[in-house]
Write a protein that binds this ligand. Structure first.
Ligand code: MOS
Length: 743
């Protein structure tokens, strides 16, 4: 960055960093509103059954309590008729509170206390006494996985791969076989910011909604449907989001209840979940899997069979891309996948960072390591021997795929060639040292997006789009794209996002926001450049009078010929001379699905890691991780690296720490706070190294970017499991790999 001018790829610090670390950034729970009412939620204590009585007299007697809402005390507000009238309908929202006496899972929201202060509401919520008629529940996936059934609906991505050849027969006759079962515990999103909504009831009945979510327009569409309100009456703002990881893809119950409260009281209402309540909605489902690999003695894969049974709720089928990776990562002569769900008395699961891939890649990449061991082959050599140059199913070319370079560069940096394949061959004091590796793959998508860019005569630029920045650095990247395209300084670009009054943007998810919204900003800026160039050509005695657009560039505040001798003009002079006070361009990006569909579009990674396992205690330290990722053109080297580093930390959490334990007798998640639900802390994190493999993909996006959020976490848990196996000789197929399993 020189003099504030930036290029694509440079490590530009966050434009909102100062606001965030100084507390000036206001999150959904911090928005001031006149006459604010506080809502506190009461959650069900049983896993399945009915509510037979609610005793709310004591709660109502608390000073400051305005009302207690539950299924029998519905609001008479006319705007709520649709919400209550449509009853239990979970097609739009995962949980719809207060519409019925039925309890579908422990922790389901069953009452809302509304009070003048949070303290009064919280105290009163503790006084609401509920009588239940409890029914027998089932929450035990490992015990009942054989009862899984086919999901009601699957799409191309979530469906198991189309069978190729006779995988079972081929497996049976393969000279070398691996057949292993895997289990992964449920995991919960734990963003620093709790889910929160502040809903302002405007004069005339419109609602201004400040909510933590990953997409204002998407959330608004769902709210309009659930409440039967016109979208024009709902303004959604998610100005700052303190992490979401998928938990903000759909409206959470705090938002529904805050709206119910606001419409009921005709006042502003805020509902904030507690950390414990963050464990009472969607989560990464617990999952059972079995992978069978059959190979020739030279390592050629003959058969790949991948079966999965994931948990879902009784009220909805949650599905994710679990078995897809067995179709796209390796060549195999034959292939079969099976994906089932098991309905349990638990909340409906929800997408959580790299949904499906984080689950499905683990068994595949551990089984590949087991196969390498059985063959006496290097795990990296086995992967290279089965490398897919074209996508194996459908035989499509990849839009770009530098996985081979990921393997080579990360292996080189890690020193993989010095690995002694013998388990337990490295020891330092009381610790066994092991090295493991794995591959990662995630989709590269582009979504429809609109932006408006305004270039003012005073030199500053407004970028406007309802994009979300869930903490990933989107706002910074959008500013950087505009600054670089227009040749203006970073500080002259103002980014306006996170407001449904701005041009429509997709939900931030699937690591596709930069490829989508970033590309739209780039395209709008190109339109502005053309307009500015046309004005420049028309100026009296213009040095650019006979230029073509392709011959000019916008750099350092100048519009100039690319040739070294060619003259130029300061853009501000052009605007001033034309008398225009602003140039404006709108761009509506619609992905070319036919063209993109001709290619398999994916991002890739290779992860190498070192673990040290205490031989007596079974504790694991991940002392070194080298991850090489190929995810298209990197727009901002700093924020992209942070994404991958964060992903690696997530992978370490998935491998060693994270897992929500269920008390099967109560049918309830038990480890529902950060004392009991373990995430990695600084002391768990040692040397992490990220390599960006140069890649540029103009099929996925005009910027050349693919997506950099989710890939960072993938392959990490498998690499750690493989390293533990190398260190100890013990193969661990269940996550998290806590000391009791490692011992
Ligand atoms: Mo991500 S699970 O697409 O927010």
């Amino acid at each position: 960055m020189s003099g504030g001018f930036v290029a694509i790829g440079e490590p530009v610090p966050r434009i909102d960093g100062r606001a965030k670390v100084t507390g000036q950034a206001r999150y959904a729970a911090e928005i001031a509103a006149e006459g604010l009412v506080h809502g506190v939620v009461v959650n069900a204590a049983i896993a399945r059954g009915r509510i037979v009585a609610v005793h709310d007299e004591q709660a109502r007697a608390v000073r400051g309590v305005l009302d207690v809402l539950w299924h029998g005390h519905r609001s008479e507000a006319p705007q709520l008729a649709h919400y209550f009238g449509t009853g239990e309908d979970f097609s739009t929202v995962p949980v719809k509170p207060l519409v019925s006496d039925r309890v579908h899972y422990a922790g389901q929201p069953v009452a809302l206390v509304l009070a003048e202060s949070w303290e009064a509401a919280r105290h009163a919520a503790g006084l609401v006494r509920i009588e239940y008629d409890a029914q027998a529940h089932a929450t035990d996936l490992p015990r009942h996985h054989a009862q899984g059934r086919a999901p009601k609906e699957l799409d191309e991505d979530t469906a198991p791969p189309k069978p190729r050849g006779d995988a079972d027969e081929t497996f049976a006759v393969s000279p070398v076989k691996i057949d292993a079962e895997f289990h992964q515990a449920a995991e919960h999103h734990n963003p620093m910011e709790l889910h929160a909504s502040t809903v302002v009831f405007e004069a005339g009945g419109a609602l201004t909604v400040h909510d933590k979510n990953q997409g204002g327009h998407g959330t608004r569409r769902r709210l309009a449907k659930v409440f039967g309100l016109p979208e024009s009456q709902l303004t959604l703002l998610n100005t700052f989001v303190g992490g979401a990881f998928g938990s903000g893809l759909r409206p959470q119950y705090n938002l529904l209840l805050a709206i119910v409260g606001a419409l009921h009281l005709r006042r502003a209402v805020r509902v904030v979940l507690t950390r414990q309540q963050m464990f009472t909605f969607g989560h990464r489902p617990e999952i059972w899997q079995r992978v069978r690999l059959g190979a020739e003695r030279d390592g050629t894969l003959n058969a790949l069979i991948h079966e999965a049974v994931g948990e879902t709720s009784r009220v909805d089928d949650y599905t994710e891309m679990v078995t897809r990776w067995s179709r796209t990562l390796y060549r195999s002569k034959s292939l079969r996948g099976d994906y089932r769900v098991l309905p349990l008395d638990l909340p409906t699961p929800l997408d959580m960072r790299a949904p499906g891939a984080a689950s499905g890649l683990f068994p595949l990449e551990v089984a590949m390591d087991e196969l390498a061991q059985a063959l006496g082959m290097d795990p990296l050599a086995l992967r290279l021997a089965n490398y897919a140059e074209r996508a194996p199913s459908g035989d499509k070319p990849y839009s770009s795929k530098k996985l081979r370079e990921c393997y080579t560069m990360a292996a080189e940096r890690f020193g993989w060639s010095r690995r002694n394949p013998q388990p337990r061959s490295m020891r330092e004091g009381h610790e066994l040292v092991g090295w493991g590796m794995a591959s990662g793959q995630w989709i590269a998508e582009q979504e429809e997006a609109q932006v408006r860019v305004v270039w003012h005569a005073d030199g500053h630029v407004d970028v406007e789009t309802a994009a979300s920045d869930i903490g990933t650095g989107t706002a910074t990247v959008l500013a950087q794209v505009a600054a670089s395209a227009l040749g203006v300084r970073m500080e002259d670009v103002r980014v306006h996002i996170a407001d449904t009054r701005l041009p429509q943007a997709p939900t931030e998810g699937g690591s596709s926001h930069v490829a989508s919204v970033g590309s739209a900003v780039d395209a709008a800026c190109e339109k502005l450049c053309k307009k500015a160039w046309q004005l420049a050509r028309a100026m009296a005695a213009s040095p650019l009078a006979d230029s073509k657009f392709a011959e000019v560039e916008f750099v350092g505040g100048q519009l100039r010929r690319r040739s070294p001798e060619g003259g130029g003009l300061p853009v501000q002079e052009v605007l001033a001379a034309s008398g225009a006070d602003r140039l404006e361009a709108h761009f509506h990006l619609q992905p070319d699905e036919d063209e993109q569909g001709r290619y398999e579009r994916a991002v890739h990674s290779a992860v190498f890691c070192e673990v040290r396992v205490d031989d007596a205690m079974g504790t694991v330290r991940v002392t070194r991780v080298v991850s090489a990722v190929a995810c298209g053109r990197i727009i901002n080297e700093l924020t992209a690296r942070s994404q991958v580093l964060g992903g690696i930390v997530w992978g370490i959490g998935q491998a060693l720490h994270e897992g929500t334990l269920i008390d099967q007798a109560l049918g309830r998640f038990m480890t529902v706070d950060l004392a009991n639900y373990h995430v990695p802390v600084n002391a768990d994190i040692h040397a992490l190294e990220v390599i960006f493999v140069p890649e540029d993909d103009r099929i996925v996006s005009r910027l050349g970017a693919k997506g950099v959020g989710e890939i960072g976490g993938l392959g990490v848990a498998a690499a750690i499991s493989n390293a533990i196996s190398h260190a100890t000789g013990r193969r661990i197929r269940t996550l998290p790999m806590t000391p009791d399993k490692v011992m």
